[in-house]
Design a protein around this ligand. Structure first.
Ligand SMILES: *Cc1c(COP(=O)(O)O)cnc(C)c1O
Length: 392
């Protein structure tokens, strides 16, 4: 069922939209879940589901068998709970301003790297119910997580709070640094450090429900990282986390298509300069198509030479991408009836199986990764949900 079935389509969507295929999300979740079984799967829907829209994606992922949802912030978790989603849910990035009382009240599991344990225990005491916590060990990423030195102290404190009824110590987790480069030995060291941290917790008496380490690249390349639960982000959106390996090669279907209706078509002479800085000039008399999305919409300004599909033909961005728009010089091939293209779709990226450019081509042109391109699509671009219904 379409998560948005019955919802009115945003009236802006005819002009520009990020079309998200919920059947693709469900397909990807099923594929990933079967790959990691018997481990369970957490669908990571932080950052508005990497720009795809948190509530429709969360609903589709759960329909397809995702066992958990994961977000960075408690505020994101509360949006899911307020929408009536009652699946197991973990939030892991907090500050002293985080509303732990609301999290405990809403039955949100909380990642704990150290200092958070005391305010979480206090919030649980006030609420009269235990907080469910997952202790995070830093196995080498050097970001959040408890150091190995402090780990036994943190484990002891969590078990003491558990004995007093303030917390339930349900999980141990960590995050990988280089899993997208499968040959690097640092991942082996992180797995070993993770096993050691789990052993410290269990030897101290922890009765863990879940041990979790793998992100998308580890899910796809490192079965020894799967443990009880994996945290799948970019892969549920149908994007490859591995350089040089396409989504299709991984059996994944990209869910998002970014398209806009062509805003103007005009015929210009040779030597016409295009956009700010006049960095591009037409080589011969030509036809220009104006595409009405720009960096305000999250289309990266530096992505010169990125591909765009118009009427099934691949073309290239000409000149600078501006705040609201960019230009395509309709050469190679020259359209047979260019004036008929006004109002038709320019497709920036989508599923290459449909003829669309891959988001990775935009990422390369913008010197970044596919994660960033989809996540930064702006709020001026309505998300539109479709359901191709195919179980590809
Ligand atoms: C974002 C995130 C993930 C998901 O990573 P992907 O590479 O997108 O699968 C998993 N775990 C943590 C802690 C994260 O912050």
């Amino acid at each position: 069922m379409n998560a948005d079935a019955g919802a009115p389509v945003d009236p802006r969507a005819a002009e520009r939209s990020a079309v998200v295929d919920l059947a693709a999300i469900r397909h990807n979740v099923r594929i990933l879940r079967s790959r990691v079984a018997p481990a369970a799967l957490m669908a990571v829907v932080k950052a508005d589901a990497y720009g795809h829209g948190m509530l429709p994606v969360a609903t589709a992922a759960l329909e397809a068998g995702a066992d958990w949802l994961g977000v960075a912030h408690v505020s994101e978790a509360l949006v899911l709970r307020r929408a009536g989603i009652d699946a197991p849910l973990l939030a892991w990035l907090h500050t002293p301003a985080t509303d732990f009382a609301a999290a405990v009240d809403a039955d949100v599991d909380l990642g704990v790297s150290g200092w958070e344990l005391e305010p979480i225990a206090a919030a649980a005491e006030a609420a009269g119910r235990p907080a469910r916590v997952h202790l995070k060990i830093d196995t080498g990423l050097g970001r959040n997580g408890c150091t190995a030195e402090q780990w036994p102290v943190l484990v002891r404190a969590a078990l003491d709070h558990e004995a007093a009824g303030r917390v339930r110590f349900v999980g141990v987790f960590s995050h990988l640094a280089v899993a997208d480069e499968p040959v690097r030995p640092e991942t082996d060291a992180q797995v070993a450090a993770f096993r050691a941290a789990v052993a410290v917790a269990e030897d101290a008496g922890a009765r863990l429900e879940v041990r979790h380490l793998a992100n998308s690249p580890a899910i796809l390349t490192r079965p020894e990282t799967h443990f009880d639960l994996v945290r799948a982000g970019v892969s549920i959106y149908g994007l490859s986390p591995l350089a040089g390996i396409t989504a299709a090669e991984l059996g994944l279907t990209p869910a998002m298509t970014l398209r806009a209706a062509i805003a103007n078509i005009k015929h210009v002479p040779a030597g016409q300069g295009i956009s700010y800085g006049l960095r591009y000039r037409t080589e011969a008399a030509s036809t220009l198509a104006l595409v009405p999305v720009g960096y305000a919409d999250g289309v990266p300004r530096i992505a010169a030479d990125a591909p765009v599909t118009i009427d099934g033909q691949r073309h290239t961005v000409a000149g600078r991408i501006a705040m609201d728009q960019f230009v395509v010089d309709l050469v190679d091939p020259v359209p047979t009836d260019p004036d008929a293209l006004l109002g038709t779709d320019a497709v920036l990226f989508g599923d290459p199986a449909t003829g669309a450019p891959a988001v990775e081509e935009w990422a390369e042109a913008a010197q970044t990764i596919n994660y960033e391109v989809v996540t930064r699509i702006g709020t001026r671009v309505p998300r539109v949900y479709r359901d191709s219904g195919t179980a590809r």
